[in-house]
Design a protein around this ligand. Structure first.
Ligand code: MEV
Length: 396
């Protein structure tokens, strides 16, 4: 067990194409955002393991001796798709969360306990730790906040118990793990995501682990070698929604109308592949024609997602507003509210971007300009983190 403080970060994501279809085995193209989640892990000797999530007001601790005395053999039961509902139920007893605790808070606590207990169970003793996780990402907006949380937890816990090495060498400000360590981080992060979302595809944790631009299909991720640096407007409609419920809605529409919904999923798959092909060609010198293709793909996919039943009046509004300024948008993530992305072509005029942002803000949305393709999970040196992040993580 390491004795040093660990500082880990992982990015959120946007899905360019393939949300929902990816749950049914199709391709998703996902990119890491330059909005990140940060985690500080501090070994303690007070006999407690504590979790502090300032964004959602969670501060809880457990007695390590009590956790030790419990029968945790249920963690080993189940098949490849663990955690099972029975395991989650047992975990809820262990976590001892108050009955009135909101779902998001309860699931965040359960995902933490699952990873902490599972990762350290094979060791002689459960360690006493203080963990703070703080995020630049809004929760429940489709930007992969839960995946970034699970990836940070998996990376920090696996490093603390020395299942993977600390990649930070003397003098480094920021460092990344080797490929086989990233595989292990991703595997455990997926388990955390399963606690939170039930049966996710795994694309969110994969892009948060590897960063950059990823093609993801059925558990396999391939990083795009030299993707163009795309600029987007990211808009949060601030309409809350549940990924689990939206995924279930698409599944029931697929079961009810397989002849209608299957072709939609196949078409979304083709859109993702075409987008990947165009991005590959844009490596050299992006042309205006290639941007036109990207816009058309965005437009077609947005209509398909509406047909799958994951649209929302606010997302329609977002698309109309950006269209009236000559820009194309689609929802990103689970839909039903949450966030949308708008492609910003390199030649778009500054006043057009400003006018669009103003119009979107006027609709009550939060809107920010960002680039995509940030690095995946990373280890940081405390002294080189920006002051606001140090403050949020309570680093003196
Ligand atoms: C969520 O970011 C994307 C969905 O496709 C769900 C998933 O892939 O697990 C809606």
């Amino acid at each position: 067990m390491l004795s040093d403080m660990l500082l880990v970060s992982a990015p959120g994501k946007v899905i360019l194409h393939g949300e929902h279809a990816v749950v049914h085995g199709k391709v998703a193209l996902a990119v890491a955002l330059n909005l990140r989640t940060f985690l500080r892990l501090q070994p303690l000797s007070n006999g407690k393991v504590s979790l502090n999530l300032p964004n959602i007001g969670i501060k809880r601790h457990w007695d390590v001796t009590r956790l030790h005395s419990l029968d945790l053999s249920f963690l080993e039961k189940g098949d490849a798709t663990v955690p099972t509902p029975e395991q989650v139920e047992k975990l809820t007893e262990v976590a001892d969360v108050p009955a009135d605790c909101a779902v998001t808070e309860r699931l965040a606590v359960l995902a933490f306990l699952y990873l902490y207990l599972s990762v350290f169970r094979k060791q002689r003793a459960l360690p006493s730790l203080d963990i703070v996780v703080w995020s630049e990402l809004p929760t429940g907006a489709g930007l992969g906040s839960s995946a970034a949380y699970s990836v940070c937890l998996a990376a920090a816990l696996l490093t603390a118990c020395e299942q993977i090495p600390n990649p930070l060498k003397d003098g480094d400000g920021i460092s990344r793990w080797a490929e086989e360590d990233l595989e292990l981080i991703n595997k455990w992060a997926f388990q955390g995501e399963r606690i939170i979302h039930g049966n996710p595809s795994g694309v969110d944790n994969a892009v948060s682990t590897w960063g950059g631009v990823l093609r993801y299909q059925q558990g396999q991720s391939v990083s795009l070698k030299r993707p163009p640096s795309l600029k987007i407007l990211l808009t949060n409609t601030k309409v809350p929604r549940s990924t689990k419920a939206l995924v279930a809605g698409v599944r029931s529409r697929l079961l009810k109308f397989p002849e209608i919904v299957n072709p939609l999923l196949t078409s979304i798959d083709a859109i993702a592949l075409e987008c990947e092909r165009v991005l590959g060609e844009m490596e050299a010198e992006p042309t205006p024609e290639q941007y036109l293709v990207l816009e058309e793909l965005i437009d077609m996919n947005q209509h398909h997602l509406n047909a799958l039943g994951v649209g929302h009046a606010t997302l329609d509004r977002l698309c109309q507003v950006t269209r009236s300024h000559g820009l194309y948008s689609k929802l990103t993530g689970a839909g039903g509210g949450g966030c949308g992305i708008t492609l910003l072509k390199p030649d778009v005029q500054r006043q057009v971007v400003e006018a669009t942002k103003q119009a979107l803000t006027g609709c009550g949305f939060d809107c920010w300009e960002t680039s995509i393709g940030s690095p995946g999970v990373s280890m940081h040196l405390a002294s080189l983190l920006d002051a606001p992040i140090r403050q949020a993580l309570d680093i003196l």
